[in-house]
Design a protein around this ligand. Structure first.
Ligand code: 2DT
Ligand code: MG
Length: 209
């Protein structure tokens, strides 16, 4: 049996990640491929509840400590990700370690330090970065509900993502400015087609070089 694909969708807040994840999940289920959606942070675990309360500004947590909690929130799911993929189920992740690095770097933490805790996690087969100017994302519904959703912060997060994109050429940037949900979905599907051969290879663990 071939393993499932591990697909990650990244981006700033309000760039359509969750919508595109749902569209991909639907696409896979219609085409008869077993697929599952995961989301980081996973706010349902006990670590996730600490993160949730931090994001809602109900608690304050030291920048280094929250960085490690976000990473721990991925590690607590890592065996599950590997097992699910090996059972033949494709996983679509709404954010992953790339957000972990970008948001912490945007707050001023060291780039090399930020990558370290996530080293060794299951490596995605494809990472998409949905790119939308922060000024346009800001105009979208419900913007500003949580910590980090300010123009200033999002601009710095985008800069950090650009550095990640340069250093990790496998991350695929998609400019979603002015694009409809369907046209972004079509672009994603096209990019996924050549991946089918990767399913013969074991999952790698070389997230960041
Ligand atoms: P959502 O709005 O997508 O629920 O994300 N974040 C996320 C980090 O700072 N580090 C991480 O490792 C991850 C996965 C991005 C909630 C916010 O949490 C940020 C936005
Ligand atoms: Mg958000």
């Amino acid at each position: 049996m071939t393993r499932g694909l591990f697909i990650v969708i990244e981006g700033l807040d309000r760039t359509g990640k969750s919508t595109q994840c749902a569209q991909l999940l639907n696409h896979f289920s219609v085409s008869g491929t077993n697929a599952a959606l995961i989301k980081f942070p996973d706010r349902t675990t006990s670590i996730g509840q600490m993160i949730n309360s931090y994001l809602q500004s109900k608690t304050d947590i030291n920048d280094n400590a929250i960085h490690l909690l976000f990473s721990a929130n991925r590690w607590e799911m890592s065996q599950n990700i590997t097992d699910t993929l090996n059972q033949g189920t494709t996983i679509i992740a709404d954010r992953y370690a790339y957000s972990g690095v970008a948001y912490s770097v945007a707050k001023g933490l060291d780039y090399t330090y930020c990558k370290y805790p996530d080293r060794g996690l299951p490596m995605p087969d494809k990472v998409f970065f949905l790119d939308l100017p922060p000024q346009l994302a800001q105009q979208r519904e419900d913007y500003g509900d949580e910590r980090y959703e300010s123009l200033d912060m999002q601009t710095r997060v985008r800069e950090a993502f650009m550095k990640l994109l340069i250093d990790n050429q496998y991350i695929h940037k998609i400019d979603v400015t002015g694009q409809s949900i369907d046209s972004v979905h079509d672009t994603l599907k096209q990019q996924l087609e050549p991946l089918l051969t990767q399913q013969q290879q074991p999952i790698k663990h070389t997230l960041f070089m």
